[in-house]
Design a protein around this ligand. Structure first.
Ligand SMILES: Nc1ncnc2c1ncn2[C@@H]1O[C@H](COP(=O)(O)OP(=O)(O)OP(=O)(O)O)[C@@H](O)[C@H]1O
Ligand SMILES: [Mg+2]
Length: 401
């Protein structure tokens, strides 16, 4: 074995930063959720009738990413099941949790629901009406109350799956023994606009909005988790406040804060250290940003990357505030160099909006007096990281020498 590898293994073996790294993973639901007492109480109150076998109202939960929606929903359901079990109502109450990002078609949603109700169905091959029939049968096999959480429900919008939501919201009128309550969760605040108004009003019998965490709240969340995940004394004093401040800037995202802390610990451990420092956090932030940019760029169509390339080249020329016109003419040059057909300025302008949504640039419309309105574009990510991301595409790497 090479000595370099041996060195790495040795460092990992001797490093003593983490006690239990898993406690920082996104799917770990802690025993307590600081600063979500109100939301837990509201959701708890809404769903509580279920322990008496009464159908609760449907609930719609909104909030930006990482504001604890999934954690709170899972937490309340777990407590509810426990309470029902204690009251000997356990078999009468069933919870189904669906993450629509993974189960993203009507087929998969119904199949997963059947499975969670104890009915096996094939992965493919049945028609949707047949699946629905089996699901209804599973529901009616005994008299029970079923709470269905549809997390990341926005993924189902638009597709043929909107029919699925319609069916689920109407299902109680077709049931005789059992009852269903729905909890829809989304971070897409525009999602409801695209919904069928009947589905919208049925889903939103109750609504719960999760506000972003501020930096003090994130600090508390991080401290609680750090106690479980790190060895005592492994964190330098400024580490948690720095993670909290950086994540608060990104719309108060607890996932982001926890990721920063975890990766900072990993960076420290790789270095063979016993202490996580603020410098490790800064390094972690860079690593996370790099991963995010590379991931976004991988799934971006070629002309999106070419547009971003034009923004990058202007930035390198020292143009901080770039107009759509400037970007478009550089984009055309890039296309020429690569012998590619160019898109229209209108289309490139749309691509700029997509880059904005992905968080890579910020585009803002400003008034330029008599010359009318212009879109001003600024690069939103570190130049060096962008360069690395663009380089992953062989066609572009030649232009980045
Ligand atoms: N109040 C809290 N206390 C402890 N941990 C929290 C709290 N809020 C969120 N977290 C943690 O932060 C991470 C993100 O939270 P969660 O997955 O619930 O966010 P979300 O609102 O569902 O985000 P998204 O919209 O992206 O799905 C999880 O690891 C979760 O355990
Ligand atoms: Mg979630």
């Amino acid at each position: 074995m090479s000595t370099a590898l041996e060195d790495i293994f040795q460092r990992v073996l001797t490093a003593r930063v983490f006690k239990d790294r898993e406690k920082l993973r996104p799917d770990y639901v802690p025993e307590e959720l600081p600063h979500r007492e109100y939301e837990i109480k509201r959701l708890g109150e809404t769903l509580a009738p279920a322990i008496k076998g009464v159908r609760p109202s449907n609930v719609f939960i909104y909030g930006l990413p990482g504001t604890g929606k999934t954690a709170v929903a899972k937490y309340v359901l777990k407590k509810l099941s426990k309470a029902a079990a204690r009251l000997d109502l356990g078999s009468g109450l069933a919870n189904c949790y669906i993450n629509c990002k993974y189960d993203n078609t009507s087929y998969r949603v119904f199949a997963s629901l059947c499975e969670q109700l104890g009915v096996k169905v094939p992965f493919t091959g049945l028609s949707i009406p047949e699946l629905f029939r089996r699901f209804m049968k599973a529901l009616e096999s005994s008299s029970r109350l079923v709470i269905i959480v549809l997390d990341e429900i926005d993924v189902l919008a638009g597709h043929s799956s909107s029919d699925l939501l319609y069916r689920l919201t109407r299902i109680n009128s077709e049931l005789s023994k059992s009852r269903v309550a729905l909890v829809g969760v989304t971070n897409d605040l525009k999602f409801t606009e695209s919904l069928d108004p009947r589905v919208k009003s049925a889903l939103g019998e109750e609504e719960l909005v999760f506000k972003p965490y501020d930096s003090d709240e994130l600090e508390d969340i991080l401290r609680q988790r750090a106690k479980l995940a790190f060895m005592e004394g492994a964190l330098e004093e400024g580490v948690i406040p720095l993670c909290a401040t950086l994540a608060a800037r990104e719309h108060g995202d607890a996932r982001r804060a926890l990721d920063l802390l975890r990766v900072a610990g990993e960076v420290a451990e790789r270095g063979g250290g016993f202490k996580v420092t603020e410098a490790h956090v800064r390094k972690a932030q860079k690593e996370l940003e790099r991963d995010r940019v590379v991931e976004v760029l991988r799934s971006m169509p070629l002309h999106g990357k070419l547009t971003l390339m034009a923004v990058y080249l202007l930035e390198r020329k020292g143009v901080k505030e770039k107009t759509t016109g400037e970007i478009y003419s550089l984009y055309k040059e890039v296309c020429k160099m690569l012998r590619l057909d160019e898109l229209t300025q209108r289309r490139v302008s749309d691509l700029i909006n997509e880059l904005d949504v992905a968080g890579l640039v910020t585009a803002r419309v400003v008034s330029r007096g008599r010359r009318g309105l212009t879109k001003i574009v600024k690069l939103n990510i570190n130049e060096e990281i962008l360069r690395e991301g663009l380089r992953e595409d062989d066609r572009l790497s030649a232009l980045l020498q």
